[in-house]
Design a protein around this ligand. Sequence first.
Ligand code: 4NP
Length: 162
Amino acid sequence: MIVNISVLFVCLGNICRSPTADGIFAHRVNAADLSEHIRVDSAGTADWHTGRTPDTRTVAAARARGYDLSCLQARQVTPADFTTFDYVLAMDNSNLAYLRDIAPPDYSGHLGLFLDFAAHQSIREMPDPYYGESDGFEQVLDLVEVAAEGLLEHIQQRRQSV
Ligand code: 4NP
């Protein structure tokens, strides 16, 4: 049986970490020929950057590794997202606390930290690169690449077991 799965990545502003996760995971999904079955999106807990493309530093760092994030647009997460998405994955514990506050009590999907899918990494929260140096954007890319691989493996196993 073919199972369709949807994944929402969430950070604070939806211009650095979650668009990076969105673009890289969508790239992996596409490479696995699964884009008809796995829907990918991202959002922010804050509405400050709604409608904007990702931070120019985020776009440039991703582009240097072959990922195009320039067509993504920031939006704020809403309670309705919990009726749409099977996986709602937060970048840090503060994002996760916000999401737990707005999630319907009967949400039956997976609400957790994205880096829980990163194998062999002790770090559980994605560092926020927004106010830091450019190596912060490289660190986000490194972590997202590992976690995206783990998440795709997890979803593929789940699809096969249904
Ligand atoms: P993000 O990073 O949550 O990874 O998108 C931030 C983006 C913007 C701000 C903070 C963090 N800000 O303060 O505007």
